[in-house]
Design a protein around this ligand. Structure first.
Ligand SMILES: NC(=O)c1ccc[n+]([C@@H]2O[C@H](COP(=O)([O-])OP(=O)(O)OC[C@H]3O[C@@H](n4cnc5c(N)ncnc54)[C@H](OP(=O)(O)O)[C@@H]3O)[C@@H](O)[C@H]2O)c1
Length: 304
């Protein structure tokens, strides 16, 4: 799958793709460039970013190098983007990570939460004026169906949606604590928060022509799968990867949400590949939505 089956002309449009040099992000970047867009990517690896830039079109790709888990880098990314571009037509919050242990970022935030939720939230929040200026514009959050089922081996029993109780939480650094920590659950909770806050952005920006949707790309053969696979299954790595979608097939889901003309006004939805689905029931609770957004905005907002 490519950008809306090759029909869409994105000439004159500016896109920002986080994690745009690896895995599915790399495919998304190449496809958007092929359709005529100017694409800004973020990566921690400047050399990888430069190599991709030379490969897909040196004058059509810009590379921002930094770490999405670091709040200061997020503010720098937003400032650099805004300095170079007046408008942002497509923001694809694609980057994500799964860690095998609990770790804190330089800002004291649990790392799954930082990379999978706060990075996308902060860029969306800080680049609102650029999205607004480009309207109709779109934000796509790449999330994961793990939020609806946190069983690592989903063979027995019923799906187990991730829990989220924000009552009494005053700071996002309190989430995913040491007690009872499980990486897969922490990852799923971060994706759930990304989805929930996307719904709030969609509501807030409904009349501005800025759409915000979330998508699970399917199970895709990229490096994150190696980080998620339980130790007992790692000897079967090549068999597992052979059963998964290619990065091209996986990237098609986000590309569709970003470019399909038929979806230009669709907002506040969650898709599993190209099928609209319900996210976990807690994501429809107004109090949880409001609290999740406020806590995230308190973290994302510039100080002072
Ligand atoms: N693969 C699947 O089966 C699957 C399923 C559901 C959802 N997803 C989601 O799909 C998205 C794309 O993942 P993928 O499958 O393409 O995995 P991937 O190959 O591991 O790519 C992840 C991307 O995230 C970026 N990233 C991770 N941590 C970062 C950090 N601290 N700072 C900056 N960038 C960071 C990486 O960029 P650099 O290394 O260049 O910095 C990389 O390009 C993720 O949000 C993932 O959670 C994947």
């Amino acid at each position: 799958m490519n950008v809306h089956s090759g029909q869409t002309d994105l000439s004159g449009q500016v896109a920002l793709v986080t994690g745009g040099a690896g895995g599915m992000g790399r495919v998304i970047t190449a496809e958007l460039v092929r359709a005529g867009a100017h694409v800004v990517i973020t990566t921690r690896d400047g050399e990888r970013g430069e190599a991709l830039r030379r490969e897909v079109g040196a004058d059509r790709v810009e590379v921002l190098t930094g770490d999405l888990s670091v709040r200061r880098d997020l503010h720098r990314f937003a400032a650099e983007f805004s300095r170079r571009h007046d408008r942002l037509h497509l923001l694809i919050n694609n980057a994500g990570a799964h860690y095998r242990d609990r770790r804190l970022t330089a800002d004291g935030v649990e790392a799954h939460l930082a990379v999978n939720h706060l990075a996308g939230f902060t860029l969306t929040y800080l680049l609102h004026d650029r999205l607004q200026a480009a309207a109709p514009s779109r934000v796509v959050n790449v999330v994961s169906a793990t939020m609806s089922d946190t069983r690592t081996v989903p063979l027995l029993g019923r799906p187990r949606p991730v829990s989220l109780d924000l009552a009494g939480v005053t700071d996002l650094r309190e989430l995913n604590p040491v007690e009872g920590f499980a990486p897969f659950t922490a990852y799923a909770r971060a994706k759930l928060l990304s989805t929930i806050c996307g719904y709030v952005f969609a509501d807030r920006w409904h009349d501005e022509g800025v759409t915000v949707n979330a998508v699970h790309p399917g199970l895709v053969s990229t490096s994150i799968v190696d980080d998620i696979t339980p130790a007992a299954l790692r000897p079967f790595r090549s068999v597992i990867h052979s059963r998964l979608l290619t990065p091209e097939a996986g990237a098609a889901a986000a590309l569709r949400l970003a470019t399909d003309p038929g979806l230009s006004t669709v907002t506040g939805r969650y898709y599993v590949r190209d099928k609209e689905e319900r996210s976990p029931s807690v994501s429809y609770d107004p109090a949880t939505r409001a609290k999740a957004w406020r806590l995230s905005a308190d973290w994302a907002a510039p100080e002072g």
